[in-house]
Write a protein that binds this ligand. Structure first.
Ligand SMILES: Cc1cc2nc3c(=O)[nH]c(=O)nc-3n(C[C@H](O)[C@H](O)[C@H](O)COP(=O)(O)OP(=O)(O)OC[C@H]3O[C@@H](n4cnc5c(N)ncnc54)[C@H](O)[C@@H]3O)c2cc1C
Length: 272
């Protein structure tokens, strides 16, 4: 197995809310030095047992861990820390204990982030690269829900000062909007959709006025929204698959394990 793919073990340094619906967990430990300098924005796989424990020694021989995918929102090689930001979905309050987790209901990552304490250990696979925003385009269209915020924040930080276009975000509440430093020519559009199933994000995208020239498109959000957005943007004259990244990060009603299968089938049928 390549060194990069072997799980690495980290220790929780801090866990706290950064906005009402987003919780940050800062990890530290010796294995930080195995990560590349450009780890921020890459994704990792968190490893759990099927009962929701991060103690993988309880896995029996041949039993695979449950995997959950998250973006490294901050990486500080000097301080020896990395941060992961978790959307607080399904969280029903302090009374909900992590022992209640089952593979059918899921919620491994979210519940872990809500209950973890400094000193606890967790194993991560990766990191692996997430496709970036295409270069040499005339304007940008960045779309996402809260699961994509860690990635989007890093992308908007790197936009050229003369960039034109839109950032369209679905948020759990107005207070979940991070401090984005957008160039003057990039308009921020937000929709507050909470946890309700619906296509509010896709509707915002469908209402956009398309600018002249070729757009660089980057979109990550819930599966049904992603499909509606993909259908809309692929009908636009300026659409070019080569400058477009569009991905689903989760799906209403199914855990990551179920979503993975649906996503693969969808991609196979889309790409033929
Ligand atoms: C490349 C990539 C990067 C990602 N980065 C991040 C990140 O940085 N931060 C982040 O929070 N998520 C991120 N996600 C999404 C995250 O992997 C999923 O939300 C995952 O399902 C969460 O795992 P869980 O164990 O908490 O819930 P699961 O066990 O997977 O699901 C349990 C239930 O919760 C629902 N659910 C899952 N996620 C959400 C949600 N966000 N809102 C409402 N309901 C939900 C499911 O539909 C299911 O019914 C990323 C996904 C990908 C593919």
């Amino acid at each position: 197995m390549q060194k990069r793919l072997q799980p690495k073990t980290f220790t929780v340094q801090q866990a706290f809310d950064i906005t009402p619906n987003m919780r940050r967990v800062i990890l530290t430990g010796e294995d930080i030095r195995l990560l590349p300098a450009d780890s921020a924005g890459q994704y990792v796989k968190l490893l759990f047992t099927s009962a929701g424990s991060t103690d993988l020694s309880t896995l029996s021989d041949g039993q695979k861990p449950v995997l959950r995918t998250f973006t490294i929102s901050e990486f500080d090689a000097e301080q020896g820390t990395l941060s992961l930001d978790f959307v607080k979905h399904q969280y029903q309050g302090e009374h909900q204990h992590k022992d209640e987790i089952t593979p059918e209901q899921g919620g491994y990552a979210c519940h872990w982030a809500m209950h973890t304490q400094p000193g606890e250990q967790i194993s991560l696979g990766g990191p692996n690269t997430i496709q970036g925003l295409a270069e040499d385009c005339d304007w940008v269209l960045i779309i996402g829900d809260m699961t994509a915020l860690p990635s989007i924040q890093l992308k908007t930080d790197r936009l050229a000062a003369n960039s034109q276009g839109y950032v369209v975000l679905a948020l759990g509440s107005a207070q979940d909007l991070p401090a984005l430093q957008l160039p003057e020519g990039v308009e921020l559009i937000t929709v507050i959709e909470g946890e309700h199933a619906g296509n509010a994000l896709a509707e915002k995208v469908a209402a956009l006025h398309w600018l002249e020239g070729k757009p660089a498109i980057w979109c990550a959000c819930e599966f049904n929204n992603m499909r509606a957005i993909r259908q809309h943007i692929s009908q636009q004259e300026q659409f070019d698959r080569k400058t477009c990244y569009i991905s689903s990060y989760w799906k209403h009603g199914v855990t990551e394990d179920g979503h993975k299968v649906i996503k693969r089938d969808d991609q196979d049928s889309y790409h033929g």
